[in-house]
Design a protein around this ligand. Structure first.
Ligand code: DER
Length: 224
């Protein structure tokens, strides 16, 4: 209840950063759902922007609200990308991909002049503990899961409640790495970057410029 309210409020705080003629990367997830609703209202009221969606779900939602969209390869550069996050540590390193969209989100983020994350206060933690999602090629993914387990990582291919493989918008699978704590995200990222079959991991390191954290008594703006 409180969390839902904070997601709606942080979206209202973030939409103020969007100005006429900007190219906006539009992230994915339940917090971004509220942002897209707000953006739709502003576009209705005359705001001129071009959006670049990071998932099929975001694209469909934005299209329904008549937000003008282009693909990443149709635009020159993104001015600002706004996205949610699953967890952010006290060095402002993040984990994303709980919603299985981190591959496209990371590609959009790395093509953006500025990146903003919008979160409710539950997402801010001293050390990352959220399971790190890996987008993996389906071919050999069971072997990859075993290889990760042999490295001492608690790896599990993500499945739906009816035991189907979760597939991403790029038709890949997700492996979740449950780790008690990630005190050194860069070391884990290095290790994961060396494994064949992982398309992209959900560690978003040194990528964010502005974080808006919604508290009970208002938004907190963190300029990283
Ligand atoms: O999966 C993702 O990367 C989403 O952006 C996620 O990080 C945030 O989702 P939420 O707003 O639904 O918590």
């Amino acid at each position: 209840e409180t969390i839902q309210k904070q997601k709606a409020e942080v979206a209202q705080a973030a939409v103020k950063y969007i100005q006429n003629d900007m190219v906006i990367g539009i992230g994915s997830g339940s917090t971004m759902w509220y942002l897209i609703e707000e953006l739709g209202k502003r576009v209705q009221a005359g705001l001129r922007i071009t959006g670049v969606p990071t998932s099929i779900a975001t694209k469909a939602h934005a299209e329904k609200l008549h937000i003008p969209l282009k693909t990443l390869d149709e635009i020159d550069q993104i001015d600002l990308t706004i996205d949610g996050a699953d967890q952010i540590d006290d060095h402002y390193q993040g984990i994303k991909g709980g919603g299985a969209s981190h591959l496209m989100e990371k590609i959009v983020a790395t093509n953006s002049k500025r990146n903003m994350w919008i979160v409710d206060e539950s997402k801010l933690v001293p050390t990352l503990t959220y399971p790190v999602p890996l987008e993996v090629i389906p071919y050999g993914s069971r072997q990859l899961e075993k290889r990760l387990q042999a490295l001492g990582l608690h790896a599990k291919i993500r499945k739906t409640t009816d035991q189907q493989f979760v597939t991403t918008d790029s038709a890949n699978y997700i492996i979740d790495l449950s780790i008690t704590a990630v005190p050194n995200p860069a070391a884990l990222a290095d290790q994961l970057n060396q494994l064949v079959g992982i398309v992209e991991h959900g560690l978003f390191l040194d990528m964010v410029n502005t974080i808006i954290v919604q508290h009970e008594d208002g938004p907190q703006i963190i300029n990283v």
